[in-house]
Ligand binder design. Structure first.
Ligand code: AMP
Length: 409
């Protein structure tokens, strides 16, 4: 039978039992972020269009891909395509910058970008991320990267690469952009059409190109590290020293740039070694001038965002088995109220139960219980029987004996 309605292109339902994988990933993220004393932040799904256009950059892909509409009052609203700008808005608006000069937060949320749907690229997708405000110190960059690697490690994702770079401040980037533009102009005829289009406005994005014909040209392009100030070079080298000390492998990628305008200084990306162009699991870096640009005090900051769908594609995680403790059969209406009371009592005592409200016949209920790995089956009639589904032993007990009996098994 075909449903009358279909989901919107680029969106997905997450159905059981896959939801158990999501729950496992989400609880790992909560646990590890909280071990580092990062606190969770939640912001609205909608924001003013301006918040993103002005801060992530009007010309960026993310900005162009936003779901935007005018509400009844004519105000331009957008579904959020990313979280850094909303977190910074909330950080300033709430006055947190006064209360927490060093403020460490994390999130797990859904984001929306009107991209061309393909494997690992959806129109509604989920990210988790962390943002730390209030210090320029390289220890903060290292802690952020450590959190990302700890979460991936806990999820048994080990075939990853960490690439890292320092893209300097905006003055350095202006100089670099002009150097790059000159270089790519000299090779313009061999560049892909996409890169030709980026040449004037955003030559740094050419470095990100996946087009085959661009690769040899990119390989010989000027490097930003030659233009960094002494302070920037020192910061970068101390981040790398911390990573070495932690035993976190990385490769310095002088051409790693990020797609959003607010980044400066340290930038990094964690990719998987699996094939496919959507292999970026996590991306982040510093955005030291964004808080000030958005009306707050001068506050350096660093963070990352990681895509949960892509992590799930990588996670060598077995789909969670149901593992019920007790399967309940209570088929005779006369005993429903007794049955519901027993269920209430079992759940209050931390047992995981499955109540067959469909009242299948007992033979099928036993089959069903075994299939779902239940340890016990309790059948409630005038008598109450507890069957151990492993030893197959069945025992009649009174209602008050159920819990002590189960504890003794
Ligand atoms: P970004 O916010 O673009 O830096 O992306 C951070 C991470 O989010 C990426 O490395 C991906 O893992 C994930 N991501 C970004 N866009 C999408 C998308 N359209 N669909 C699925 N995952 C995405």
């Amino acid at each position: 039978m075909k449903s009358k309605y279909q989901k919107i292109k680029g969106t997905f339902d997450i159905l059981p039992p896959e939801t158990e994988v999501w729950q496992h990933i989400e609880s790992t993220i909560h646990h590890i972020c909280q071990q580092f004393s990062f606190q969770e932040i939640r912001t609205p799904a909608i924001e003013s269009v301006d918040l993103f256009k002005r801060n992530i950059g009007d010309g960026t892909d993310v900005s162009k891909e936003m779901f935007v509409w005018k509400d009844q009052s004519g105000k331009e609203i957008s579904l959020k395509p990313e979280m850094t700008a909303p977190v910074v808005r909330a950080y300033i608006e709430s006055g947190f910058f006064r209360k927490y000069p060093l403020c460490k937060m994390y999130y797990i949320d859904s984001f929306f970008r009107r991209e061309k749907p393909q494997k690992g690229r959806q129109r509604q997708f989920n990210q988790f991320g962390v943002e730390a405000f209030g210090t320029k110190n390289s220890e903060q960059d290292a802690e952020i990267i450590l959190i990302a690697t700890q979460i991936l490690k806990k999820l048994n994702i080990d075939n990853t690469n960490l690439s890292i770079n320092n893209i300097g401040d905006s003055d350095t980037r202006i100089k670099y952009e002009s150097k790059l533009r000159n270089y790519f102009n000299d090779h313009k005829n061999s560049l892909s059409e996409l890169s030709k289009a980026r040449l004037e406005k955003n030559p740094m994005r050419i470095l990100d190109s996946k087009e085959k014909e661009d690769q040899t040209i990119i390989k010989n392009a000027p490097m930003i590290k030659d233009l960094l100030s002494t302070e920037e070079k020192e910061h970068f080298s101390s981040v790398l020293t911390h990573l070495k000390g932690l035993g976190i492998n990385y490769n310095e990628n002088p051409y790693l740039v990020r797609g959003l305008d607010y980044y400066n200084g340290t930038t990094f990306e964690i990719t998987t070694q699996s094939t496919g162009s959507q292999n970026a699991l996590c991306g982040g870096g510093r955005y030291d001038s964004l808080v000030e640009k958005m009306g707050g005090p001068e506050t350096p900051a660093v963070g990352f965002a990681a895509g949960i769908e892509r992590i799930i594609l990588e996670a060598k995680q077995e789909l969670g088995k149901k593992n019920i403790d007790i399967y309940i059969s209570c088929n005779d209406e006369k005993y429903t109220s007794k049955g519901l009371n027993i269920i209430q009592n079992l759940v209050e005592n931390e047992y995981k139960i499955f109540f067959d409200t469909n009242k299948k016949n007992i033979k099928n209920q036993i089959k069903d219980a075994v299939k779902n790995n239940a340890k016990f089956m309790i059948t409630i009639n005038q008598e109450i029987s507890v069957k151990n589904l492993i030893s197959k032993k069945e025992t009649n007990v009174s209602e008050s004996e159920i819990l002590p009996f189960l504890k003794n098994q």
